[in-house]
Design a protein around this ligand. Structure first.
Ligand SMILES: O=C(O)CCC(=O)C(=O)O
Ligand SMILES: [Fe+2]
Length: 310
């Protein structure tokens, strides 16, 4: 899979557990051991990597963001006596997930075939018959190919004030949709997962529609054989709708009302209309849905949609 790829954070205040360090490296007489000995004073290191072929720029990767923060504050712009008095230039650097590598990683693992799409589950299996996870059977830790994504999520400034535990995600469902295949309107079972649900789109785009049904569901309250026009998921005339476009490499986050009270739905279309543009679905869309399995009962403010409160 090659060396990890790092880049400048897009968002100016994005912290990271990785530092880009310039004026430092073999070409200016500083060995990797010297770098490790200076930077390891601030916390546990994952490694030191060449940032490019210059021999003067390295990436110092820590296990914890706070270690990187302390090292940056102490060492940036200061002559460093242990490194021959050189002044280091330091900034944060983020691990960049490589979409091709993520797709190769899942394609090298076995897929489970559902009627119209293929899925993989990591952490815990999601059982479609009960719309819940089997918490008694842990499938193990999330795979290492997810690390760059998990790191980007945990270092995102939007989560500066959230309980850090709420973004320790432990369940991944990978969905592969052929063109024309979508997903019926649903709310992820409240008792199965915590509040934050992330979905990363890869390979191809789609529209995700959000629907708020006042009576709780799109399904008729009578036997399904009597479904009439106006009660199919396609129709959706008895709800408020909002749609968002999910291009490849975008990450959508469902939380609060959007996670607990709105159905999400991927229309079974080969073509989507986005404003006035017509967007053709690619040969496939692969999504990585990341969630945290719920430990107790859901206590959300939307009891009409909540299986824990019914
Ligand atoms: O494909 C997606 O982005 C969403 C998948 C989803 O909603 C689910 O697995 O519950
Ligand atoms: Fe879902």
């Amino acid at each position: 899979m090659g060396l990890p790829r790092f880049g400048r954070p897009k968002n100016g205040d994005e912290l990271s557990s990785n530092l880009f360090v310039a004026n430092c490296g073999a070409a200016v007489g500083i060995s990797n051991d010297d770098i490790v000995s200076v930077f390891s004073k601030f916390g546990e290191l994952n490694g030191v990597y060449a940032a490019d072929d210059s021999g003067t720029r390295v990436i110092v990767s820590y296990s914890e963001v706070c270690s990187a923060q302390s090292a940056l504050m102490a060492l940036h712009g200061q002559p460093c006596p242990q490194l021959g008095g050189r002044s280091l230039y330091i900034r944060y650097s983020v691990l960049q997930p490589n979409p091709q590598e993520l797709l190769q990683a899942v394609d090298s693992r076995p897929w489970n075939c559902l009627a119209k799409r293929r899925v993989q589950h990591y952490g815990y299996e999601f059982c479609y018959d009960i719309r819940n996870v089997n918490t008694k059977r842990c499938l193990g830790d999330l795979p290492s190919f997810l690390s760059p994504i998990l790191e980007r999520i945990s270092s995102c400034p939007a989560f500066k004030n959230v309980d850090p535990d709420s973004i320790v995600l432990d369940q991944l469902t990978v969905n592969e949709y052929p063109p024309g295949v979508g997903l019926s309107p649903h709310i992820d079972t409240h008792s199965a997962f915590e509040d934050l649900i992330f979905s990363l789109s890869l390979a191809g785009p789609c529209i995700m529609e959000f629907r708020r049904y006042e009576d709780g569901d799109w399904r008729p309250k009578v036997a399904s054989s009597t479904v009439t026009k106006g009660e199919s998921p396609e129709d959706g005339s008895n709800c408020i709708k909002k749609a968002i476009y999910l291009p490849p490499r975008s990450l959508v986050l469902l939380s609060g009302e959007g996670r607990y009270a709105w159905h999400h739905y991927i229309p079974h279309h080969k073509i989507d209309k986005v404003n006035d543009r017509v967007i053709r679905r690619a040969s496939r869309r692969v999504s990585f849905t990341l969630r945290k399995v719920r430990a107790g009962l859901c206590k959300c403010e939307f009891p009409q949609y909540c299986d824990s409160q019914r």
